[in-house]
Design a protein around this ligand. Structure first.
Ligand SMILES: C[S@@+](CC[C@H](N)C(=O)[O-])C[C@H]1O[C@@H](n2cnc3c(N)ncnc32)[C@H](O)[C@@H]1O
Length: 506
């Protein structure tokens, strides 16, 4: 009998968060300035509707239903309880998207968003919803997905106390240890501030460094300070903002349409010096070509901060928008920073995965240890799937016989091996491989595990891996997820079986 625990990262504050529609209902009525009820089930593009937001859905969008038909409508920045008029902008299969035209009654549980950019920024969409209400929305979302996608009954979830209460984070700001800002040739300004625009379009003052406007890969909201990242990281951002537009320095922001320009992204990571416990910051300039002499001014500018211990240059010559370069150079200090979790030290390089909220990672890893139910007699085998830099496996290694970790990114495997070494852990083996492409030989290189940890990224697990786990019948599986929708889907397969052919499940 396999016991499966699952942990979604509901522990985290809801900024930069993905949602999917929940399925409860709420009615809404038509007002006089709203288009009459359509004959069709599908609202038309441009049509205005009077709506009430009932919950938060995919990407933090407000979920509403058209009164007469129950048709699902999503609205960016509509919050639970808000009564508003929306205009249909997009139709997508079985739902439509609307933009808010006017609020009739404000949402429940609103608070003043502390960040000046909050009304426009693509980074935080629910900052003006109280944290308690954000937690409730997330909990409801996970429960609904487990019922409707995972096919668990509410009775089962309640009877067996499957769904445990959400664990809030003790801080709601300055918790992210990694932020990525983009450079762009034109600042994006929200419509309402266009009339106040004093910036001359012909000058380089118009260049932007910041976060993407909601839903746009090519529009950047200029940001001087971000409440999600650490204070030292904000000092670095301000220092770069202060100088990079100076024409004499010769920097050009990368244009995602013409594919011209030098500066692509500014990635800031914050860790901790394990001996002094002081913050240490890595600054990663992602550029379209390698020009260290050009970057020197910025490197000198940011390296004056004592917290900056590493300045990296990732060179990405592709037209894609990713920050991972084909080549990586260390321009100042070390090539990685450190952080401690559950008493272990971890090296973090520019592109390796590390849980983005260090405070909640500590809480999450403790929950994983509890759910894994390690006996502590050094007898058990752990299989750590999607192991990244080995953090979960290494925290368990201290009390088990051996840990086997699998991960696709070669640099992460190098880091995992190094992390084992610097923590004096010898009973961990890390293997690079693509878990979406496993074949019948997978499983022959390690003993049958007693505990499986699976922590996939957002798409969840490949069906081949699910089938492998179903056949493996390990006594305990701990599924860690950052996407409750794919987690619910995979839990359905793992707990109720996979349909092989015509209703036959294994
Ligand atoms: C959510 S992270 C978890 C990392 C690690 N468990 C931790 O807590 O730091 C998911 C990891 O899965 C890796 N990954 C994504 N797709 C993969 C695949 N097809 N095969 C193996 N690893 C994959 C990513 O590179 C990433 O390191």
């Amino acid at each position: 009998m396999t016991s499966i625990s699952y942990l979604t990262n509901t522990l985290l504050p809801l900024h930069i968060r993905r949602f999917r529609p929940s399925l409860s209902t709420l009615s809404c009525s038509l007002a006089s300035d709203v288009d009459p009820t359509p004959n069709s089930y599908f609202p038309k593009r441009g049509q205005t509707l009077e709506l009430v937001c009932e919950s938060l859905a995919f990407k933090g969008k407000g979920l509403c239903k058209v009164t007469q038909t129950g048709f699902v409508v999503l609205c960016d920045r509509a919050l639970p309880g808000e009564h508003f008029i929306g205009r249909v902008t997009r139709k997508k299969g079985n739902y439509a998207e609307v933009t808010k035209v006017k609020t009739i009654t404000p949402p429940r549980d609103i608070v003043d968003a502390p960040c000046v950019y909050a009304p426009y920024c693509g980074g935080c969409k629910t900052q003006n919803l109280s944290y308690e209400a954000q937690l409730r929305a997330k909990e409801e979302q996970v429960r609904d997905l487990l019922i409707h996608v995972g096919k668990f009954s509410l009775q089962h979830l309640q009877l067996h106390a499957v769904l445990k209460p959400i664990v809030p984070c003790r801080i709601q700001f300055h918790y992210r240890n990694k932020m990525e800002f983009s450079f762009g040739p034109q600042r994006w300004l929200p419509k309402e501030s266009l009339q106040d625009r004093i910036v001359d379009d012909d000058t380089n003052e118009n260049y932007a460094l910041g976060l993407h406007a909601p839903g746009f890969f090519d529009k950047i909201l200029n940001v001087d300070n971000c409440l999600l990242q650490s204070h030292p990281a904000n000092k670095v951002l301000a220092a770069v903002q202060e100088c990079w537009r100076d024409p004499q320095l010769g920097f050009s922001p990368y244009n995602v349409h013409s594919h011209k320009g030098f500066l692509k992204h500014l990635m800031l990571r914050t860790g901790r010096d394990v001996t002094t416990d002081q913050p240490e910051v890595m600054v990663n300039f992602v550029t379209s070509s390698y020009k260290p002499e050009l970057l020197k001014f910025l490197v000198d500018k940011v390296s004056v901060f004592p917290e900056v211990v590493s300045v990296i240059n990732n060179v990405n010559t592709s037209v894609g928008n990713t920050s991972v370069g084909e080549e990586e150079y260390t321009l100042y200090g070390k090539s990685s920073i450190t952080e401690t979790l559950r008493g272990l030290t971890f090296q973090i390089s520019a592109n390796s995965f590390f849980q983005t909220n260090t405070y909640q990672a500590e809480v999450l890893y403790k929950l994983i240890e509890d759910c894994a139910g390690v006996k502590g007699d050094d007898s058990e085998i752990v299989l750590d799937l999607f192991c990244g830099t080995g953090t979960i496996g290494l925290t368990l290694a201290r009390s088990v016989r051996h840990v086997y970790g699998y991960e696709v990114v070669p640099q992460a495997i190098t880091d995992a091996r190094l992390n084992a070494k610097i923590n004096g852990i010898q009973n961990a083996t890390f293997v690079q491989g693509d878990l979406n492409k496993i074949d019948e030989n997978f499983g022959k290189n390690f003993p049958k595990p007693d505990i499986v940890i699976s922590d996939p990224n957002r798409p969840g697990m490949h069906i081949k891996l699910i089938k492998f786990l179903l056949n493996l019948r390990a006594p305990r599986i701990v599924y860690v997820s950052c996407n409750p929708a794919t987690c619910a889907r995979d839990l359905d397969y793992l707990c109720h079986g996979v349909v092989l052919c015509r209703k036959k499940r294994i």
